[in-house]
Design a binder for this molecule. Sequence first.
Ligand SMILES: O=P(O)(O)OC[C@H]1O[C@H](OP(=O)(O)OP(=O)(O)O)[C@H](O)[C@@H]1O
Ligand SMILES: Nc1nc2[nH]cnc2c(=O)[nH]1
Ligand SMILES: [Mg+2]
Length: 186
Amino acid sequence: MSSVDQDVEEILYTEDEIKQRVAEIGAALTEEYAERAARGEEIVLISVLRGAAIFMADLAREIKLPVEMDYMAISSYGSGTKSSGVVRILKDLSSEISGKHVIVAEDILDSGLTLTYLLKNLASREPLSIEVATLLRKNTKAQAKIDCKHVGFECPDRFIVGYGLDYAEKYRNLPYIGVLKPEIYQ
Ligand SMILES: O=P(O)(O)OC[C@H]1O[C@H](OP(=O)(O)OP(=O)(O)O)[C@H](O)[C@@H]1O
Ligand SMILES: Nc1nc2[nH]cnc2c(=O)[nH]1
Ligand SMILES: [Mg+2]
């Protein structure tokens, strides 16, 4: 057991479970977008850095269609465990999305602040369509209404880390998703 593993109280989703679920979402997206791709319409996967980078990298390889990959960085959490309430664009997309189908890959939907901001921002660029695939949706009462077509896991209302999710920039490289011991951040 490494020192980072010891900071985890409970494993929620193992590496194998995540792999399996990501493959299922990728297969569903492949089916859903096949006709559009066959018509020559472009599909772009957009991930919200940095948390969703790992999910998008794995998801992209499970979508058996031509897809572009682009990245945007927005942050509202700083180094704490609560949203600051202020969303900032740290890095914009590299390419235009107008006239393309956009699939937003997110790691977690918690308060919904990040996705509310992002979806509004992306919609203003006139994509052909836009939808969200989130690996995790937290079961919390105070969540903005966001239409997520694909949800990997409904997770408990606890602070979780791993598979891209950090606490103070640590734990993103854990291959599983788990609950951080409260004494680490209290
Ligand atoms: O639904 P919300 O309450 O907005 O929370 C979800 C967002 O919070 C985390 O990102 P964060 O802002 O911490 O940046 P990061 O991706 O660089 O870790 C996570 O990666 C999601 O993008
Ligand atoms: N690491 C981490 N980031 C988040 N951002 C919003 N909710 C969470 C969470 O539970 N864990
Ligand atoms: Mg974060």
